[in-house]
Design a protein around this ligand. Structure first.
Ligand code: SF4
Length: 229
């Protein structure tokens, strides 16, 4: 596992759990608004060993309930399954953050009972997906497979979209809503420029527009909320 960092306590990342978040290195997408370019390009300034992570997790047993595995894209890590088994053996629940591009790996982990919660990014409407992930010709077939798998399965899940003025228009929210129609939970996340984004110069919408977008997607899913305001 390439682990680039750990947030030792989060009350926000894992719904209903007191958790920590582990950040894996490397991603197969290049979303221009990605707030951690170093993590994505696999050239992090700091890496953490698995041994250090497990030492930390053993110390926090009984204090933390869950571990969020985030990235980058965690499903790229070849030894993710073993890592999750190790985390679970210490009694932790596991939440996976994924961009949904690797449905085979997602399904495999889920079917082995290794995931307790999945948060999947929905980057944009299908026709604008490639531009939004920094790969113009991207085929959304795998993303669609991950959506169908989560919506048809038993694992609690959410979809989430980071809303960026330069990428998302009104029609895109209609399209995204239709794409995941009937989904349990959908979050629109306010874009924030961390100062380390892949492509500087992007903007958030003001709150009023974000709430208009929320009204659009609410028509299609069971619950929709805004994060990051
Ligand atoms: S936002 Fe997520 S999917 Fe996009 S490049 Fe960054 S880590 Fe990868």
């Amino acid at each position: 596992m390439v682990i680039c960092g750990i947030q030792k306590l989060t009350l926000l990342d894992y719904p209903g759990k007191v958790a920590c978040t582990i950040f894996t290195g490397g991603c197969n997408f290049r979303c221009p608004f990605c707030h951690n370019a170093d993590l994505v390009t696999g050239k992090p300034e700091v890496t953490v060993t698995g041994e250090e992570i497990f030492r930390f997790l053993r110390k926090r047993q009984g204090l933390l309930d869950g571990v969020c595995i985030s990235g980058g894209e965690p499903l790229l890590q070849p030894d993710l399954e073993d890592f999750i088994r190790g985390v679970r053996s210490l009694g932790y629940s596991v939440k996976l953050d994924t961009n949904g591009s690797m449905p085979d790996k997602l399904e495999s982990l889920a079917e082995k009972g290794l995931l307790d919660y999945v948060a999947m990014d929905l980057k944009n409407a299908p026709e604008h997906y490639g531009r939004t992930i920094g790969a113009e010709t991207y085929d959304v077939g795998n993303v669609d497979r991950s959506i169908r798998f989560l919506m048809g399965g038993e694992i609690p899940y959410e979809f989430r979209t980071t809303v960026v003025r330069e990428f998302h228009q009104k029609a895109d929210f209609e399209e995204m809503g239709r794409w995941i129609e009937g989904a349990d939970q959908y979050f629109l996340q306010q874009f924030m420029d961390s100062g380390h984004v892949i492509a500087p110069g992007l903007h958030a919408y003001d709150e009023k527009i974000l709430f208009q977008a929320l009204e659009i997607v609410k028509k299609y899913v069971k619950t929709a909320q805004i994060r990051g305001l």
